[in-house]
Write a protein that binds this ligand. Structure first.
Ligand SMILES: C[S@@+](CC[C@H](N)C(=O)[O-])C[C@H]1O[C@@H](n2cnc3c(N)ncnc32)[C@H](O)[C@@H]1O
Length: 238
């Protein structure tokens, strides 16, 4: 995120689908500026506000109708939420509207045509099939934003440790806090989690569980394609 956000400081960021603000504080720290955390669910916002810190504003809203002024943000972020948008094209147009020319959009998550391995695929094989339909594919996503004038500049893979051991991973999955699980039957989940718990109990040499996500970075075009663009420090000069 540090590498892909605009380099100047402070930056104003809108985070769409901020949920319980898992990443909001990190964004605010990196931005040295204001973060508008937009989230439609009142319950999510209530939990998020328990982590309130200065410089973060929690706002009721959706990506398709962002309650912020035109060209008010240097960057936008959507983390693990782009598949929740009811209308990707409307979301893309709104994000393009609130971004300043040269502003960046960071999308973290999964794309259906380039799913990375997940430990839970081994225990609940149908989860992968569901994710092939649940997430948008990369081309659809880049095309929707491209039409709105926000074009791809980088695609990074970000690896992280999900749990320190299979036992910790097994405990984590009992919360079922993965959107994919909503499309599985209780029986499928119970069987998979039982097998995972058994493997965890047999673990003699605990190994961390790692996952990889995609981080797609896009930039709002500075001007029409016919006009030469001079740029400095991430800002458009003309
Ligand atoms: C899987 S959660 C991710 C939350 C947070 N970004 C994170 O990574 O922890 C997806 C979030 O998107 C929100 N959401 C659903 N529809 C949305 C929309 N149209 N615009 C913006 N956010 C939406 C949900 O309420 C939920 O909080």
């Amino acid at each position: 995120m540090t590498r892909q956000l605009p380099p100047q400081r402070p930056v104003t960021i809108v985070e769409l689908g901020a949920g319980t603000a898992r990443f909001t504080q990190l964004l605010a720290d990196i931005a040295s500026g204001v973060v508008y955390a937009v989230e439609p669910s009142q319950r999510m916002r209530e939990v998020a506000m328990q982590h309130y810190r200065s410089g973060v504003y929690f706002i009721a809203g959706r990506a398709e109708a962002i309650p912020l002024a035109t060209e008010s943000c240097d960057a936008a972020a959507i983390f693990f939420a782009v598949h929740h948008l009811a209308d990707l094209h409307a979301g893309a147009r709104e994000i393009a509207r609130v971004l300043r020319p040269g502003g960046r959009l960071l999308i973290a998550g999964s794309f259906s045509d380039r799913l990375h391995p997940r430990a839970y695929y081994h225990y609940i094989p149908r989860a992968r099939e569901i994710e092939e339909n649940l997430f948008p594919n990369l081309a659809t996503t880049t095309e929707a934003f491209g039409r709105a004038g926000v074009t791809v500049i980088a695609l990074d893979e970000v690896g992280h440790e999900v749990s320190a051991s299979l036992t910790a991973y097994s405990a984590r999955l009992t919360h079922r806090a993965i959107s994919t699980f909503e499309y599985l039957t209780d029986d499928e989940i119970d069987r998979g989690l039982a097998q995972l718990a058994a493997d965890a109990a047999a673990e003699t040499n605990p190994q961390p569980v790692h996952h990889t996500h995609d981080l797609l970075t896009l930039e709002k075009r500075c001007a029409t394609r016919d006009v030469p663009i001079r740029r400095a420090a991430g800002k458009c000069l003309d």
